[in-house]
Design a protein around this ligand. Structure first.
Ligand SMILES: Nc1ncnc2c1ncn2[C@@H]1O[C@H](COP(=O)(O)OP(=O)(O)OP(=O)(O)O)[C@@H](O)[C@H]1O
Ligand SMILES: [Mg+2]
Length: 271
């Protein structure tokens, strides 16, 4: 079965539940709005923030939305999507992103990164926002490196806003005694919750509307089952909803009912 035929069957202008959503196409769930607001505050305060949540809860989407709302002429955003670069990688990324050529020796690299951060603000009037995604994977030396970076000017001010984004283990990891110095600098902690059932319903409706269907396509019990199985995590909702659409199509139905949702669930949990 091709996506084309599925689209034609439901009369979708585009496939719903896709990953690439422009900032204006996002659904403002409670958790999303809360995360965006708090991240915005953290950036204003030039603070260190930690956003955690389960896989697929919408962390990256929310942080990117908060950053997309910033004035490009006043902020420089450095996004590290994969922290497996070592502490050195952290510094070199910052230096390179700010237009410098990283020094070879680490003892020279830390002050170079600090100077580059300060110069960006003092000389170019741009505040730097560093985002470390998948931060639960950060190694101990990177967390320590981060602390050193936020330590500029004898601690009197932080040279950047920094956001650590990752799975719930990140919170526990930073709580370990070894990172107490970093822990104390954290001004924002937000654990993003999944959606509740009514929200899962409006979330599904939102995606369907973007695809061109504003009428009821999923029955209430189908939504209930998808919500239960996904625990309100948007990515899991997307996957289940697409499979449910496929199942209803295969059964030649025009409505995604509970049995279609159940078939989707079997499909996904069998993998
Ligand atoms: N506010 C939203 N509006 C619409 N779709 C959303 C929203 N938030 C999340 N999604 C959907 O859920 C998917 C997962 O979101 P995201 O990638 O932000 O999760 P994550 O918490 O960063 O997951 P991971 O821990 O795997 O990195 C997105 O690709 C998108 O399709
Ligand atoms: Mg993510």
């Amino acid at each position: 079965m091709t996506i084309e035929r599925l689209r034609a069957h439901y009369g979708f202008g585009r496939m719903p539940f896709g990953r690439d959503l422009a900032p204006g196409m996002l659904h403002t769930t409670h958790a999303h709005a809360e995360a965006v607001a708090r991240v915005g505050w953290c950036i204003d305060e030039r603070a260190l923030g930690v956003v955690t949540g389960e896989v697929g809860v919408g962390k990256t989407v929310a942080v990117r939305a908060a950053v997309a709302a910033l004035d490009n002429s006043r902020y420089t955003t450095i996004y590290l999507g994969c922290p497996a670069v070592g502490a050195r990688g952290l510094y070199t990324t910052i230096v390179t992103a700010l237009g410098g050529v990283p020094r070879f020796h680490r003892c020279g690299l830390i002050p170079q990164a600090q100077d580059a951060l300060i110069a960006e603000e003092d000389e170019r009037g741009r505040r730097v926002v560093v985002i470390l995604d998948e931060a639960h994977l950060l190694a101990a030396d990177q967390l320590e490196g981060l602390r050193q970076l936020t330590n500029a000017d004898m601690d009197s001010r932080s040279p950047m806003a920094c956001l650590l984004v990752g799975q719930p283990t990140l919170r526990r990891r930073i709580k370990l005694g070894t990172f107490a110095a970093l822990d104390q600098r954290i001004a924002l902690r937000y654990a993003m919750p999944g959606m509740d059932q009514p929200e899962t319903g409006t979330y599904i409706a939102h995606h369907l509307k973007l695809a061109g269907r504003s009428d009821t396509l999923f029955s209430d019990d189908a939504i209930g089952l998808i919500h239960q199985t996904s625990r309100g995590l948007p990515r899991a909702v997307n996957n289940l909803a697409v499979q449910a659409l496929v199942a209803a199509y295969a059964a030649n139905k025009n409505i995604v009912d509970e049995s279609s949702a159940r078939a989707a669930l079997t499909e996904i949990t069998a993998e």
